[in-house]
Design a binder for this molecule. Structure first.
Ligand SMILES: [Zn+2]
Length: 180
């Protein structure tokens, strides 16, 4: 077993044999995949991993040597963190910093807890909205809420991407820079 002491929060992007991004795993798990020849390193991270017999650069991206068929979830799981990430931590009504989750069509009136009906909101807007709809208040949403899509969301969820993964995840340059 390699002696692996990765930096806190580090992860490794796993690509399928076809270079399609699959998931993010711990450095430890990725090292085991590489040492057991189940994956090869395609981009190095920082530093080295040491074991009795091996010295291995810390991987940042690895590619599986054999193709695996993976069923993907159709939609991204709905969580508080994921909603904030989708809405860039901005209030859907005033664009101020968001600290609450609002149901656009209020739950008290049968509104669903679904991507299409939840938005990040500041406490002030959330409080003054109460159990009214934006239409009743004459408010407008800056964007129509929807389930996040795309390979980066499927693979990363609300996790911040490592800028070294940008070319595999089709990330816009600014997203990669923001994560740097
Ligand atoms: Zn607000």
């Amino acid at each position: 077993m390699p002696d692996i002491r990765p930096t806190v929060g580090s992860g490794v992007l796993v690509l399928n044999a076809t270079y399609e991004p699959l998931c993010v795993v711990s450095v430890r798990r990725a090292a085991i995949l590489v040492l057991s020849a189940k994956a090869v390193c395609v981009a190095d991270g920082d530093g080295f991993l040491h074991s009795v017999r091996h010295e291995l650069p810390v991987p940042s991206v690895v590619r599986l040597t054999r193709y695996v068929r993976v069923p993907f979830r159709a939609t991204v799981g709905l969580s508080r963190r994921a909603i904030f990430a989708r809405d860039s931590w901005r209030c859907a009504y005033c664009k101020g910093p968001a600290e609450t989750i609002d149901h656009v069509f209020p739950r008290s009136r049968g509104g669903r807890h679904a991507w299409e009906n939840v938005v990040a909101a500041c406490a002030r807007c959330n409080h003054s909205k109460g159990d009214k709809t934006p239409a009743e208040l004459g408010w407008r949403l800056h964007t129509k809420p929807a389930a996040p899509k795309g390979v980066a969301w499927r693979v990363l969820g609300h996790r911040a991407p490592d800028p070294r993964w940008a070319s595999w995840l089709d990330l816009p340059a600014e997203a990669a820079e923001a994560a740097a």
